[in-house]
Ligand binder design. Sequence first.
Ligand code: PRX
Length: 655
Amino acid sequence: MPTSRSGSLDTVMQEARRFPPPDDFARRARIGSLEAYEQLWNRAAQDVEGFWGELAKELHWFKPFSKVLEWNEPFAQWFVGGQTNVSYNCLDRHLAPSADPPRADKPAIVWEGEPGDTRVLTYRQLHREVCQFANVLRSLGIRAGDVVSIYMPMTPELPIAMLACARIGAIHSVIFGGFSSEAIADRNNDARARLVITADGGWRRSGKLPLKANVDAALEKSPTVEKCIVLRRVGNDIAMRPGRDFWWHELMANASPDCPAEPLDSEHPLFILYTSGSTGKPKGIKHTSAGYNLFVKKTTEWVFDLREEDIFWCTADCGWVTGHSYVVYGPLTAGATVFMYEGAPNWPQEDRLWQLIEKYRVSIFYTAPTAIRAAIKWGDRWIDSHDLSSLRLLGTVGEGINPEAWMWYHRKVGHERCPIVDTWWQTETGGIMMSPLPGAIATKPGSCTKPLPGVVPAIVDEHGHPVEAGRGGWLVITRPWPGMLRGIWGDDARYQEQYWSKSRHNYLAGDNARCDADGYYWIMGRIDDVLNVSGHRLSTIEIESALVSHPRVAEAAAVGRPDEVKGEAVAVFVTVKNGEPDDALRQELKRHVRKEIGALAQPDDIRFTSALPKTRSGKIMRRLLRDIAAGKETVGDTTTLEDYSVLAKLREQEE
Ligand code: PRX
């Protein structure tokens, strides 16, 4: 698997296997041949504006746009002058008597909670609840342009809250339920959120996640937040502060279901989503309305070859961009039936995913390589007893998939019948950028294959010049696309610096990649200090900042090491200020990082050391630390190492 992040970028393994689209799949597909894909891609590349302008007719426009793209590098405006509403496109469009096909009584969301409770919401019912909740938000003083933080379990109320914000032009900032109260407060403050929507808890392996308690602690440090709405989900004993906290069901009981969608400018912000960058402060990635909406609709239809009867399951939590784009906005705009599940994949047993696919006749299954690797580890007996014949297409997202895991997915889940779409994209790109089109492009395990229509990537060297075919380099996108981020919330300078300053006129994705002789792209890992743990981005500097905020820590360095299930595990090296470090401190530091950032950032290994290896200019030599963390001999250049003895000492340290 091409995972090299240091050393030569050209020594990746060559993967020779190819899997052409199955004939019967290709025959029925929206885009059913390589020629059809190439034609579409070329048409888009030749006339980006004409291409997207034509497709934009598929959205509802309260006021038509006058110009497709206004490109003021690096700031894009798509569908200039137009007015639309994302919630209208997701809901109302399907309800009109003239809608073809009519979808008012089609299930929009089919949901199962972890304890096994279920709920089905048709498009009509979902529309009603969204309208009511939009009125609830209004009744608490929320208006277009206000920021609302959402910190909820994966229940239907989470998409309802998102769509209700979209309906009235409030900007949502969904915070993953695994983040700590510190992380919630940081995000509330950066976005100047006025309201938080949460729940009394959520189910996780039969335990109750203390969501409201985390919000309570965060609100002590969130001066801009005035009100909080609480969904009753688990029956936790929680504190409700009069005047600030309101029960969801009490507000909904009196809310009118009449709430016309507000016409909003094409570039009205739809959401902010915080993601890790290469500095300590998470960045609020800003996405806007019309371009994002069109991009996620089209990519859902192309990549998943969506059909009217599909049951589409994207396992991502709505706290991540994948949940925004492929649980909520893409599939609902495309009129799909979305399946949602609240809990853990191994609860009550390790076959929950397969049992749900069988029970709900899921036809498209989109998940992360880490989930696949976990399932492989749990053993085939959990999957072999289930009928997975409803599946017709599989997908992966979030990190590269190693060919062995790909082959298991292909054989055990897809029964060698279902194409696999390995989709490369980012929080910043809004939607899928590179992926096989399952009826058109032969797959190679480990490659995200080719760019989607309207996406023009390139591989460049450190000076921004294109590299020869087959060689590794920085992955850049050379043209604006409708789903692209519009900036970092409140920080245009950082946006410019991080994405647009290193390769002239190109968007720098932050990944290394190579393109093979067939024009297939292979992602080779990040170029910055960003880890990919279970498909989630974590910044090493964020973890380091959390560690040094502990009174006993003098210095810390965090690196990734390969992990069979998580992709990367977090390994940290710590020097302490005084006293002898011991296991009690190690456990305390793990808890500390958990409290500061959240469980997903908790270090897997902590090594104490008297000094960190540094260059003479004082830079921590992360490459060496990565080798040590991975248990490898250091073969690289160590001539600039300040203190050779540090290396030897670090090696002696085993957790
Ligand atoms: O490094 C790439 C990796 O995940 C990063 C984006 O992370 P995030 O913004 O959290 O979004 C994840 C879900 C879209 C990328 O820069 N990545 C994502 N998909 C793939 C991938 N690496 C290899 N192959 C993929 N299919």
